[in-house]
Design a protein around this ligand. Structure first.
Ligand SMILES: *Cc1c(COP(=O)(O)O)cnc(C)c1O
Length: 463
């Protein structure tokens, strides 16, 4: 399987190099040259299989000959061994034809663990085989960083630096990043928003001298292997509800568009998905774009769902690439406008194409809290604020005759203040991480400045 850039002007790579590189050298994102197809029978045969076996069958065609079957099965087994639920991604019923896919049973209590735990194992095997070392730098609104640090701590082939917006992540998120004691992981608290962190990260990747000098690798949701890992639970959950003989819809609490884009790939592979519904908080650039065709940046307004406080949704570039039928030059032109004019507008035709697959809804802060309260009182279901946004939009937009699966993206105990304010009940951390608040923290405060951040990385990897 070969991977090409969404901007059409970067080297074509195999799976391993696309994974280790992250961002393409033309600033674009890697996508597979062709999308493997799953037949009706292939999908039907997944009924009743373990999560790991479905993961193997869904991801195998993308990996090509990078790993042997035995190696790849072993990587998958290790990736999900530390989850706190044997089903890995259990489905619970909320209402007639409305289901919640619990993606928060991994080691850092958010869906990011599904991809990051896998990437940790993939990097370990690939790098030790090449006898190479890389520097991973990631930007996080909270959950990616904790998941990355958890997945890579103690691995000898990698140093990990995580940029997070100082004061804008929850205490649980922060502690998951700052308490691991292994000296190959580094939490950097940047004076800025998540979008600043993400911009500095992109600047580092576009600085080729630095990029090559420190052997920079990316594990943000722009990394194709992250998207791929997330395709799996669309299959595992849909099959439980009757796919491929029944159409299923999904609602996804969305920030960077990675998770919902994985659903789009599942659909393109042949999974009968009816609607993919983007649920946003008040930072609603995607909802505005999918409504009007105008993708225009606005100020980030901090919310009680901080993992979705994003104005530039990196993975949306991949959706545009498919909407523009693989025209890399057209995508590059839009991204240029985004950088120089803070936005772009797509034509009515492109908007219609996007809306064939995606719908969207936006949820205010008050509605989010009210949904947490309502779900607790009427369904005995404690939702984190991100998941509540999904459930609210899913409920509003679903067709009663088509099963709707809403993705629960984080455990309520990861955002206890918002949950307690809405329900009066303070959710507890699972026992396996109950001592999180007693551990020592280790963090470096950093300016929102490329040179300063580069210097920190260079200094630490020499040490
Ligand atoms: C990352 C995250 C999201 C947004 O996912 P994207 O793939 O960035 O769209 C939503 N909820 C939680 C809890 C997250 O950690």
């Amino acid at each position: 399987m070969r991977y090409i850039s969404t901007r059409g002007n970067a080297p074509v790579l195999g799976f391993e190099d696309a994974m280790l590189t992250g961002l393409a050298r033309d600033g674009g994102l890697y996508v597979p040259e062709t999308i493997p197809q799953m037949s009706h029978d292939d999908i039907a045969a997944m009924a009743g299989l373990s999560y790991e076996e479905i993961a193997f069958r869904v991801m195998r065609p993308y990996v090509g000959d990078t790993f042997s079957d035995a190696e790849f099965r072993d990587i998958i087994a290790k990736a999900y061994a530390n989850f706190g639920h044997t089903a890995r991604a259990p489905l619970v019923q909320l209402d007639n034809n409305h289901f919640l896919l619990e993606l928060f049973h991994g080691p850092t209590l958010a869906f990011k663990d599904f991809a990051m735990q896998l990437i940790g194992q993939l990097f370990q095997v690939a790098l030790s085989r090449r006898n190479e070392r890389v520097t991973i730098v990631g930007a996080t609104s909270g959950d990616t960083g904790s998941a990355a640090i958890e997945a890579f701590r103690g691995l000898d082939a990698v140093d990990v630096f995580i940029l997070y917006p100082h004061g804008r992540v929850s205490e649980v998120q922060r502690r998951q990043m700052t308490t691991p004691s292994e000296d190959n992981v580094h939490a950097l608290a940047v004076d800025g928003h998540f979008d600043d962190c993400q911009s500095r990260l992109k600047d580092m990747f576009n600085d080729f001298e630095f990029r090559d000098g420190v052997k920079l690798a990316g594990v943000n949701s722009i990394n194709w292997a992250r998207v791929l890992a997330q395709v799996v639970y669309y299959f595992s959950s849909a099959v439980q509800l009757g796919a491929p003989d029944r159409k299923i819809s999904f609602t996804v609490p969305t920030g960077n568009f990675g998770d919902i884009f994985a659903g789009f790939i599942a659909k393109k592979m042949g999974l009968p998905i009816d609607r993919l519904i983007v649920a946003t908080n008040q930072n609603d650039i995607l909802h505005r774009c999918l409504t009007t065709g105008d993708y225009r940046m606005d100020d980030v307004v901090p919310s009680i769902s901080p993992s979705m406080d994003i104005q530039i949704s990196s993975n949306f570039e991949r959706a545009l690439f498919y909407a523009y039928d693989g025209d890399g030059a057209a995508v590059a032109a839009l991204m240029d406008d985004l950088k120089t004019k803070s936005g772009f507008a797509v034509s009515q035709g492109i908007l219609d194409t996007l809306r064939k697959d995606f719908d969207s809804g936006r949820v205010s802060e008050d509605e989010t809290s009210a949904e947490i309260t309502r779900s607790y009182q009427t369904r005995a279901e404690l939702l984190c604020p991100h998941s509540a946004i999904g459930v609210h939009v899913g409920d509003q937009m679903r067709d009663p005759n088509t099963p709707m699966i809403t993705l629960a993206t984080a455990h309520p105990a990861k955002f206890p203040d918002a949950v307690e304010a809405a329900t009066g009940y303070r959710p507890e951390l699972p026992v396996r991480m109950a001592d999180l608040f007693d551990r020592d923290e280790r963090v470096t405060r950093a300016a929102n400045d490329l040179q300063a951040l580069k210097a920190i990385v260079q200094e630490r990897i020499k040490a």
